[in-house]
Design a binder for this molecule. Sequence first.
Ligand code: NAD
Length: 498
Amino acid sequence: MTYENVSLLFIDGKRVPSSTGELRTIIHPASGKPVGEFQEANANDTDQAISAARKAFDNGHWASFSGEQRGKLLDRIADILERDKELFAEAESRDTAKRIIEARYDLDDIISVFRYFATEAPKAHEREVETGRAGVRSTIVSEPVGVVAMITPWNYPLLQASWKIAPALATGCTFVIKPSELTPSTTSMLMDVLTEAGVPTGVANLVMGAGATAGGPLSTHADVDMVSFTGGLVTGKRLMANAAETVKRVALELGGKNPNIIFADSDLDAAIDNALTAVFLHSGQVCSAGTRLLVERSVHRQVADEVARRADLIVLGGSHDENAETGALISAGHRDKIEQFVSAAIAEGAVLRAGGARPTEPHLQDGYFYRPTVLDNCNTKMKCVQDESFGPIMTIEVFDTEEQAIALGNDTIFGLAGAVWTQDPEKAQRVARQLRHGTIWINDFHPYVAQAEWGGYKQSGIGRELGQAGLAEYLEHKHIWQNLSPARSDWFADSKGN
Ligand code: NAD
């Protein structure tokens, strides 16, 4: 497949220009150079995409596909992605500046998501209810929720899209997706994959462009049944308020401020090494990044010294730089925010132990690079501990007891992920069960699988992606009550003076 027309929108099975003909230039963050021009949709285009998805949902053709057929289709999508993995990985790292090796890992994860939902699609979404009454059949039939608007961020563009598209197709929904305006390539390429795999016309639609214009109708249009959003808290709140007007179902995957708790009895070498991966992978542009390092007081100095020493050794570089260990930030604007975040943290009392500056190497001057940064002497009252930076910044806090570690870990408006490091398995389980976050790793950080639910407590979101619950997000549940021996109810009298 050549993926020739991916700069165009994809509406009702056709590649089309936007109604204004406006273009947006995509910049490669590691070089600051343009790498493509994409059509910029406006609200009219998005309205058309929603109409196409509505028509495809209502006309019965897609609805006539059995679960087995939808499952086979998802497997074909996975096959094509496997075949074209390198093209996708290249495009993903061009848009995001993530290292090519990371983009390949992402593709493996994406393929496994389609494979998992391929196995879920054929499962019967129907169950008989035991009513305790004779002569009645009571059935719960689960049906697709309808037209889904999907809005995705720039850090894991195709991965986040696959978490929505795979279960939506598995259940028989239709959709309009709007990827981040900064990283549209792979989501657009996926539309060609869906066509090749045999997804019927109008089931999948793509608009590209700015959130407020291209994305505007997605949360307000009466023909959209559900909004599934991954992105920042501020945007998520706005979309939820918009969706309230027409009572749409809302699924939100928002930010995180994730505690990584190191007890003194942990394997410190492994804990320190993973603490670096937890926060500096993809330059911290990961919703579940372990940005808050909580360390038991007796090992605080040892951990802080070693983490700072190792952070200073991290090699930055471009997508194809074989020495590079992590890459650039997504944009100049995002780097400006990270710089302000660090200055403000130091002003409120954080002690800079590593980083805190742009790199000085000449070959990194054109990209949006920022050194991995370690801030010590932090506490939960500080904004740098409470606010998401979405960059390569670790804050270090100290605790004395297990109870304090749990209290600190929960002292955040977010609740996406966290980790606990200890060689005491009972303590690990105790702490894990009391942390109010959607994923807890014990003696590990970052792994996830398509079979296990992903999502946030508190202001990290609503609903779950992946796993059984991730499928259920896209289902409505209908109760069919069938009286097998109809009879009068005799509630109301049928003549006066009875
Ligand atoms: P963002 O909220 O700025 O943008 C996300 C998407 O929303 C983009 O496609 C954007 O164009 C769109 N958008 C913005 N305003 C809109 C509007 N009014 N109507 C419709 N669409 C609109 O977020 P971002 O900067 O792209 O991503 C970073 C954020 O995403 C971080 O907060 C991160 O934690 C979060 N995130 C969460 C998860 C998770 O699984 N919980 C995963 C990845 C990223």
